[in-house]
Design a protein around this ligand. Structure first.
Ligand code: ADP
Ligand code: MG
Length: 399
C-alpha cells in the first residue's frame, strides 16, 4: 500500500544518506570572470570521484602540485542546477526530522554568495542553494500532504564581530543593536511514527529574539531574502565590504504534524554564507579592521575545530568557542547532516589562499570521507540509489 511504499522509500533514502556519512565536503571552483581572460589557472585536474589537483604554474616540477579528495568537485562550468542536485537529498532528510547545516567557505570573491544565494536579482536559473532549498521544501511537503502537514518558518541573522543581529527585523538595521542572545536548549520528541528515527531530536531555535517569518510560497521567500540582503548591505562603509566580514545565517524551521496520529516532528536547516577566509596581514591592518580580522579568524577556527572533532568522533566537541558554532550547534553533530561548500578562485594570484582553503577543508573532512566510502551490509550506494529511484517511480504512478 501507499504508506508502506512511502515508509520503505524513506527508510532506503535515510540508509543511503547514512552511507554517505554525516559530514560531506563539496569543492566548487568558480569560472574566470569577464575581463579575466589570459589569466593562468591553478586547476590541473578534476576527477569524477572528487579528486582535485592544483598546481602553482610559477613553480616547476612536482613541488608545485598538490592533490586533494572531496565528496565531489564542481568545475567552473557547473551550473546552479547541477550543484543543487547533489544537495537536494539533504532536504528530504530535513523533512524526515534531521537537522541540516549547509555552509560556504572560502576567500572573498571565491563564489560563496553565488553558491548560497546566487547573483543579485537572479533569474530562477541562477538561484543559489537558499532559494532552491526552500522551493524544494514546498514541493516535497506537497507530495507528503496525505501523511504530514508541514509549517515552514524562516529567520536570518548576521554575526559581525561576535555580535548577532536580526536581518529580517521590520525596524530596519538600527534594531541590530544590541546583540541578540543565543539560547541553546533541547526538546526531546516522541519516536517518529514510521520508526525511522530512533533517537530524539534537538530543536534548532538558537536565537529566539530574531524575528520568525512563516513562509508558504516562493514569493514569500524572495521577499524575505531581499529584505535580509538589503539589511546586510546597509551597515557597509563601502559597497559589499561588510558582507565579506560577517557571517550570514538563514535558519529554516520545519514543523511537521502527522495527519493521523498528531505526532510532531521538528527540524532545522542552517544555510550559512561565511565571512571571507583570507588571511589578513597583521602588520598592515589596525583598529577596526584588525578587530574584524581577529573575530573572523577565531570563529572560522572554532568552526574547523568543531567539524574536526565531529569527524574524529571525539567525545568533546568545542561548540562554545564562537557565536557561530553556538548558533549552529543543533545542526552540527549527533544525527545532523553537514555539508560544506569549499569555494575556490581559479586564478594563480589566489594560489596560496586557495591552498589555505583546501587545507582547512582537508582537515575537517579527512577522517569521515574515508568511512563514508565503505558500504554497509554488503549493499553499495548505487544499489540503494536504484531502489530509491524505482520506489519513487512506483509512488509517482500511484499519485
Ligand atoms: P564571495 O561571496 O565568496 O565573496 P561571490 O559569490 O560574490 O564571492 O562571487 C564573486 C564574483 O564571482 C561575483 O561577481 C559572482 O557573481 C561571480 N561568481 C562566483 N561564482 C560564480 C559562478 N559559479 N559562475 C559565474 N559567476 C560566479
Ligand atoms: Mg559574499
Amino acid at each position: 500500500n501507499y504508506y508502506a511504499i512511502l515508509a520503505e522509500n524513506q527508510k532506503l533514502h535515510n540508509e543511503l544518506q547514512e552511507l554517505k556519512g554525516n559530514i560531506r565536503v563539496y569543492c566548487r571552483i568558480r569560472p574566470f570572470l569577464r575581463g579575466q581572460t589570459g589569466k593562468q589557472t591553478i586547476i590541473e585536474y578534476i576527477g569524477e570521484n572528487g579528486e582535485l589537483v592544483v598546481v602553482n604554474p610559477s613553480k616547476q616540477g612536482k613541488d608545485g602540485h598538490r592533490s586533494f579528495k572531496f565528496n565531489k568537485v564542481y568545475g567552473p562550468a557547473a551550473t546552479q542546477v547541477e550543484v543543487f542536485s547533489d544537495t537536494q537529498p539533504l532536504l528530504q532528510s530535513l523533512l524526515d526530522g534531521y537537522n541540516v547545516c549547509i555552509f560556504a567557505y572560502g576567500q572573498t570573491g571565491s563564489g560563496k554568495t553565488h553558491t548560497m544565494t546566487g547573483p543579485e536579482s537572479a533569474s530562477e536559473d541562477e538561484w543559489g542553494v537558499n532559494y532552491r532549498a526552500l522551493n524544494d521544501l514546498f514541493r516535497i511537503s506537497q507530495t507528503r500532504e496525505r501523511t504530514y502537514k508541514y509549517e515552514i518558518k524562516v529567520q536570518m541573522v548576521e554575526i559581525y564581530n561576535e555580535q548577532v543581529h536580526d536581518l529580517l527585523s521590520s525596524d530596519g538595521p538600527q534594531k541590530r543593536y544590541p546583540s541578540l542572545a543565543i539560547v541553546i536548549y533541547f526538546v526531546f520528541l516522541d519516536f517518529h511514527t514510521l520508526g525511522i528515527l530512533s533517537t530524539s531530536q534537538t530543536n534548532g531555535l538558537s536565537v529566539p529574539d530574531a524575528t520568525m517569518h512563516p513562509v508558504a510560497s516562493t514569493f514569500d521567500v524572495i521577499e524575505l531574502m531581499e529584505t535580509g540582503l538589503r539589511n546586510r548591505a546597509q551597515g557597509a562603509t563601502a559597497l559589499n565590504e561588510r558582507s565579506s566580514r560577517s557571517h550570514s545565517v538563514v535558519t529554516i524551521h520545519v514543523h511537521g504534524t502527522d495527519t493521523k496520529t498528531g505526532a510532531s516532528l521538528r527540524s532545522s536547516l542552517h544555510l550559512v554564507d561565511l565571512a571571507g577566509s583570507e588571511r589578513v596581514d597583521r602588520s598592515e591592518v589596525t583598529g577596526d579592521r584588525l578587530k574584524e580580522a581577529q573575530h573572523i579568524n577565531k570563529s572560522l577556527s572554532a568552526l574547523g575545530d568543531v567539524i574536526f572533532a565531529l569527524a574524529q568522533k571525539s567525545p568533546h566537541v568545542p561548540y562554545r568557542n564562537s557565536k557561530l558554532t553556538q548558533i549552529l550547534q543543533s545542526s552540527l553533530g549527533g544525527q545532523a547532516k553537514t555539508l560544506m561548500f569549499v569555494q575556490l578562485n581559479p586564478d594563480i594570484g589566489s594560489f596560496s589562499e586557495s591552498v589555505n582553503t583546501l587545507k582547512f577543508a582537508e582537515r575537517v573532512s579527512g577522517v569521515e570521507l574515508g568511512a563514508a566510502r565503505n558500504s554497509k551490509d554488503g549493499r553499495d550506494v548505487r544499489e540503494l540509489m536504484e531502489q530509491v529511484a524505482s520506489l519513487k517511480d512506483t509512488i509517482a504512478k500511484k499519485d
